[in-house]
Design a binder for this molecule. Structure first.
Ligand code: PAF
Length: 281
């Protein structure tokens, strides 16, 4: 496995990959790697000749400076994990390398940008769009891998690719969960053992809600029930629980020909967690 800190060095290596007509898979990450990331690496390895992982805690997608400061950083462990999981190239740029000047370009994604995560984290998707378009321009991967846990992010990136005409095959991998059902996330590292155990209720509530919806219960009453579940959990604060179609992430009442997701965001102590479950897809 080779590690690169600069665009120049990485580009030299990527030119060799392209010259030999090999396919490449990019897994963009912010580090603090877990089994969810490793499942993306595995998928890339099975579909591409060369797997590249980027590790960059992207400041432009954090609307809360404290959240950025506290984002877990475990670089040595990440590199060991990537090596033992067969990653070929790792790109670990500095902030200066990725943003030599303060970015002024505005990327706007329309309605999808203002729903759910976009509404609660203003500017977040603009930052994600900026860093991903930059990574696509530098690396020009054949395929790029993202997890379903950040389902709205996945569709933001789909929109970026479609509207910019970027030649990359966007791939989505299922959510990987801990044994109690909690969706794997780098932020889980910040939970105490007790919070981690308690956070299992997030997925349980999604499963329960899905069963109700599928058996014909209307969403408003399912939503009320979910709100009640979290009112009974001390130290947990439900930020949103919505049923949306995945084009613009607007609320839905009918299920015709659409992918529908139940999306949830919960603050567990000081840690904000998100999760989702697909109902009809
Ligand atoms: O999902 C993440 O970890 C980040 O949003 C991403 C896609 C690596 C962009 O910084």
């Amino acid at each position: 496995m080779k590690t690169f800190l600069t665009i120049e060095d990485l580009t030299k290596e990527l030119n060799l990959v392209k010259a030999s007509e090999k396919t490449s898979g990019l897994v963009p990450t912010m580090g603090a790697l877990h089994q969810g990331h490793l499942s993306l690496v595995k998928q890339s390895r099975s579909e591409c000749d060369v797997t590249i992982v980027s590790i960059f805690v992207n400041p432009t997608q954090f609307n809360n400076p404290d959240d950025l400061k506290k984002y877990p950083k475990t670089l040595d462990q990440d590199l060991e994990l990537l090596e033992s999981n067969g990653c070929d190239l790792v790109f670990v740029p500095s902030v200066k390398e990725m943003y030599p000047t303060k970015p002024e370009l505005n990327i706007s994604f329309g309605a999808i940008e203002n729903a759910l995560e976009g509404e609660h984290r203003p500017g977040h998707f603009e930052g994600v769009g900026m860093i991903i378009s930059r990574l696509f321009t530098i690396i020009e991967p054949t395929k790029a891998y993202f997890g379903q846990k950040d389902i709205q992010q996945f569709y933001i990136i789909k929109k970026l690719i479609d509207e910019m005409g970027i030649h990359v095959d966007l791939r989505r991998a299922p959510i990987v969960r801990e044994s109690n059902g909690l969706a794997m996330s780098s932020r889980n590292e910040r939970l105490s053992a007790q919070e981690r155990a308690q956070a299992a209720v997030i997925y349980q509530s999604l499963e329960q809600a899905k069963q109700k919806i599928v058996s014909g219960v209307k969403f408003p009453s399912v939503q009320q029930e979910t709100e009640r579940i979290f009112e009974g959990q001390s130290g947990m604060d439900l930020e949103y629980f919505e049923m949306v179609e995945t084009k613009e992430f607007s609320s839905v009442t009918d299920f015709k020909n659409k992918e529908i997701a139940l999306c949830i965001a919960v603050n567990v102590g000081e840690v904000r967690l998100i999760d989702n479950i697909l109902i009809f897809s």
